[in-house]
Design a protein. Structure first.
Length: 71
């Protein structure tokens, strides 16, 4: 196996791994839910907790790790 073929193997190029399901998400519904949670918690744009709420990646990391403010 030459170097190019070895690199293709490592990169997974031209390898079919079967059907991968696609998750379709209604962005309007998701944004509305996040906005409600933001108002409930009293978060303001730019707060550290606001960024955690809006920019968590639940489909990549599981559930968001955001727990809200502690008073």
């Amino acid at each position: 196996m030459d170097e190019i073929e070895y690199l293709k193997l490592l990169a997974g190029v031209n390898q079919y791994n079967g059907y991968q399901p696609v998750t379709v998400e209604n962005m309007s519904k998701t944004a509305a839910e996040l906005k409600k949670k933001e108002k409930k918690l009293g978060l303001k744009p730019g707060d550290q907790d606001w960024f955690k709420l809006w920019f968590s990646l639940p489909y990549m990391t599981g559930k968001p790790s955001f727990r809200g403010r502690t008073k």
